[in-house]
Design a protein. Sequence first.
Length: 229
Amino acid sequence: MTRALVVDDEPQILRALRINLSARGYDVRTAADGRSALQVAAEHHPEVVVLDLGLPDLHGVEVIEGLRGWTRVPILVLSGRADSADKVDALDAGADDYVTKPFSMDELLARLRAMVRRSGAPDDATVVTLGPSTVDLAAHAVHRTDPGEEPRDVRLTPTEWGVLEVLLRAPGRLVSQRQLLAEVWGPGYRDETNYLRIYLARLRRKLEADPARPRHLLTEPGMGYRFEP
């Protein structure tokens, strides 16, 4: 039984999530504010966390930072705001994904299932497949085999490798633009989002079967990028 912690100050949402998750076999604990959430997490060690950003005592980002001080538990953020700034801050702090209120219960449950599956997978895999391409992260080598053709080597620049590796090391997770820029180019480049558009386009041309309709290197408009295995 998967241990889940749900944190929200709206009683109706807290109740709905507790009922729906319990009905699907989750062992659910709840908290209505940030400090209680951190205490419950420390006592019960959840395997997944659903966290509202708009809490009465602490901002959700502070709760994420508190959790990330000692655990890598998957965190799904709930945001009631249409703008992306809070969600980007949450992702930069260590959240794994987000859902905007009002949300579809089916979507939320699907995202939770995916997060739980990924959390049980080894994070040291060095060979990753993207459609026709096979990426060996340890050897820094890429091979591509298109239908009817012989396998061929694909050359990536150091920067392309940097972008690709950050995404491949977080399968299924949304990586914010700021995080990707900071990790590849450095903290002084957090606003240079045009760099990302250029390099993702190059990677798709080199790795995806159909760069115009990518299946693996995906864009979340205004938010960031995601590698879908």
